[in-house]
Design a protein around this ligand. Structure first.
Ligand SMILES: Cc1cc2nc3c(=O)[nH]c(=O)nc-3n(C[C@H](O)[C@H](O)[C@H](O)COP(=O)(O)OP(=O)(O)OC[C@H]3O[C@@H](n4cnc5c(N)ncnc54)[C@H](O)[C@@H]3O)c2cc1C
Length: 392
């Protein structure tokens, strides 16, 4: 297994739980597991509102959140069902809210209701809008804590975890696969699963000619003052249906902090969390991709808004004010950032659904953006089923 993020770990755990005694080694390039997307996210356990009915995202999010909750209950990992409101700011957003409600109903999101202005203000007194969808089943958790527990369980079941083990190549051989690691070391296995997040396309050169990982940074602001005390759960806008990002939202996290964000803007490094870090190889990979320029040409106004959110708490507060009217720039303190691994094709389309591709004896997870953390236990089951089929 390449990649010790929540997807790789949940998959290894599912396989070991299904077939005790099989030999599994999880390798990760970093000195500790879960160092990237798994520990740099909003921590929202999504209820499945947004995803196209019938897609992998819809089915695996629905199954995954149940499995995640069971695992957390069994291991004493706190989850808070503090709920979520998706707020229509104006009459013009009501059709979009209605479409979202229909989609969520097809996805059988539990407890979902449409609420009017009065009720939305009762649920979240700091929010305002003309109507909203309320999802009481949306929760928050620390996905990095889940990943650490998974790693402990994997080791209890006899699996191995090797950190500081960067993989340079994964090859198919006649009777299995070969993983090239540091200092000339190799690992051999019957099947290798690659869950490398931001590096997924690079390790999948054989099967991913048509896919490029574009790193999208997302910066949060910490909400401070009395406003933060009044936020109860998550407050989201109606998202732009042409983009997989959910818009600027406010979330009370499992540690009690309230964060606003994340925005979405191209990152020039896939793994460096300093604000304007540039990695020459990563920057060339994005800016040299024709798909990126096609995407950029279609999304210039959005890119400008996202950039202004990146550099200015005032601009951020102005956007947030549309549905959290009392927010002031002084309530927003610059917080951390995450970097999303988002697959794009050469036409400049962001791939919406999860994507897994098979090569001989190798399975590549090529697109596992949000809600992949929520869905990770079900993605693990799905991959374990695929491995069973490959070995049959
Ligand atoms: C800003 C942001 C907000 C998000 N919010 C949410 C949310 O609220 N809810 C939700 O469900 N999801 C959310 N997500 C998405 C979620 O975090 C990811 O979908 C999920 O963590 C993906 O897990 P992963 O294991 O695939 O990737 P990662 O956690 O990135 O793990 C990949 C691992 O592979 C390792 N690796 C990479 N290359 C190599 C190599 N060559 N050799 C060895 N190891 C390698 C890396 O070191 C890393 O540990 C968010 C993501 C971001 C960035």
């Amino acid at each position: 297994m390449v990649g010790g993020g929540i997807v790789g770990l949940a998959t290894a755990w599912q396989m070991l739980s299904r077939r005790p005694g099989i030999q599994i080694t999880v390798v990760d390039a970093e000195p500790a597991i879960a160092g990237h997307q798994t520990s740099h996210n909003s921590g929202v356990v999504h209820a499945g509102i947004y995803y196209a009915p019938g897609s992998l995202k819809a089915s695996l999010c629905s199954r995954g959140r149940g499995l995640l909750k069971e695992f957390c209950a069994e291991h004493g990992i706190p989850i808070d069902h503090n709920g979520k409101l998706v707020v229509a700011k104006s009459e013009g957003e009501l059709p979009g809210l209605g479409n979202l409600f229909d989609r969520a109903s097809q996805n059988r999101v539990p407890g979902l209701r449409r609420v009017d202005r009065e009720e939305l203000r009762r649920i979240e007194p700091v929010a305002d809008g003309v109507a909203a969808i309320h999802s009481p089943d949306t929760a928050v958790v620390d996905f990095a804590a889940v990943a650490r527990q998974l790693a402990a369980e994997i080791e209890k079941l006899g699996g191995r975890i090797r950190t500081s083990w960067p993989v340079s190549r994964v090859r198919s051989a006649a009777d299995g696969s070969i993983v090239d690691g540091p200092n000339g070391e190799t690992l051999r296995g019957r099947i290798t699963i690659v869950c490398a997040g931001l590096q997924a396309d690079r390790l999948a050169a054989e099967v991913a000619h048509d896919v490029r990982i574009l790193p999208f940074r997302g910066t949060w602001y910490r909400v401070t003052g009395e406003l933060a005390d009044q936020v109860r759960g998550s407050i989201y806008p109606v998202p732009d249906p042409s983009l997989p990002f959910l818009g600027v939202h406010v979330t009370r996290r499992i540690d009690g902090e309230v964060w606003a964000g994340p925005n979405a803007f191209l990152a020039f490094s896939r793994h460096d969390y300093r604000q304007w870090a540039v990695d020459a190889r990563d920057a060339v990979s994005s800016l040299g991709y024709t798909g990126f320029w096609k995407f950029a040409a279609k999304n210039l106004p959005t890119a400008w808004t996202e950039f202004s959110h990146e550099v200015s708490a005032r601009a951020y507060a102005k956007s947030l004010k549309e549905y959290v009217p009392d927010v002031l720039p002084g309530n927003l303190e610059r917080g951390p950032m995450g970097i999303r691994a988002q697959a794009m094709n050469h036409k400049g389309q962001l791939l919406d659904d999860f994507l897994v591709r098979e090569a001989d004896h190798v399975l590549h997870v090529l697109n596992a953006p949000s809600p992949a953390a929520t869905s990770s236990f079900a993605i693990g089951e799905y991959l374990a089923d695929t491995v069973d089929r490959m070995q049959a």
